[in-house]
Design a protein around this ligand. Structure first.
Ligand code: DHB
Ligand code: FE
Length: 286
């Protein structure tokens, strides 16, 4: 399945947003349902509304401001930017709550750009990329283990990342489907080696309602360069995480607030100009 909007010549917020909305709808089976009971809905929604009412009182929000907010929320839905907006400004808090009860390697937000069913590659693997793919070569290798240190044979690393211009395949129409995406199967000792390129920092689309908000508030729209992974092994909780790069721009001011110290890689530059880094994962049993 493709989420590429073929009518767009270049990447736009509307294109990325609409595709992220499509991808979210297509993924609802994978994500399961919340099965939220009446008491919980009552409690949580009342708390959300009370928080909003509190801001209106404390900040003495005016009628024109209220109507502007309404128009902005409508625009967010019209162009399909809800996944973009929520994954940048809200998901990190949900993830931190989930993390309180988790062991093993640190996770972080999934973001809006995961696509399932990518090419399966056995280790050592090179991610699918264009013949003239820009960017410095990166070799990421490591091992997937249980909490007790035992290797997890055949673990899967579902991997996706932006290119050296900060765009994700499947969401930017100029990129081939599946570019810089792949599911890498580790060996019988849980070891993996993935060759890819260093991604660029990611800029949330600036030409849609989310971008308008960011500039109206005087914020910056950047996430530090990162790799996305889901790590899976039978009998273990799936880990959804990201890896960042030491010294990377925006590491200390990620607009999505999704960095963690444990997730920062320290790649070593090799004589041939490529960078190598070792990084292991531990998964907790389910
Ligand atoms: C968004 C994009 C990302 O690449 C990411 O990791 C998190 C959020 C976004 O645009 O919403
Ligand atoms: Fe991302």
């Amino acid at each position: 399945m493709s989420f590429v909007t073929t009518t767009q010549a270049g990447p736009t917020a509307a294109g990325a947003g609409a595709n992220a909305t499509e991808a979210f709808r297509a993924g609802t089976v994978r994500r399961g349902s919340a099965q939220t009971g009446r008491e919980r809905v009552d409690r949580v929604v009342r708390a959300v509304l009370a928080a909003v009412h509190g801001v209106i009182r404390d900040e003495e929000v005016t009628y024109p401001e209220f109507q502007a907010a309404k128009a902005w929320l409508m625009a967010l839905g019209d162009v399909g930017e809800w996944p973009l907006f929520l994954d940048v400004f809200v998901e990190h808090e949900v993830e931190k709550v989930a993390e309180k009860h988790q062991q093993g390697s640190k996770g972080t937000i999934e973001g809006p750009y995961y696509l399932p069913d990518q090419v399966r590659l056995s280790t050592p693997a090179t991610l699918p990329m264009r013949d003239d793919e820009k960017g410095e070569t990166l070799l990421l290798s490591g091992q997937v283990r249980d909490l007790d240190g035992s290797p997890l044979a055949g673990a899967e690393i579902d991997f996706w990342q932006a290119d050296a211009d900060g765009y994700y395949s499947g969401f930017a129409p100029h990129l081939p489907d599946g570019n810089l995406r792949g599911l890498i199967v580790a060996d019988e000792e849980g070891r993996f080696a993935i060759t890819t390129i260093l991604p660029a920092p990611y800029q949330i689309p600036t030409d849609g309602p989310t971008g308008a908000l960011v500039s109206a508030a005087g914020w910056h729209p950047w996430r530090p360069a990162h790799l996305h992974l889901m790590v899976r092994a039978d009998g273990h909780r799936q880990l959804t995480t990201q890896l960042y790069f030491d010294g990377g721009q925006w590491l200390d001011s990620d607009v999505a607030q999704a960095t963690k110290d444990e997730l920062v890689l320290h790649p070593e530059r090799q004589p041939d100009g490529s960078s190598h880094v070792l990084h292991d994962f531990t998964l907790e049993p389910t």
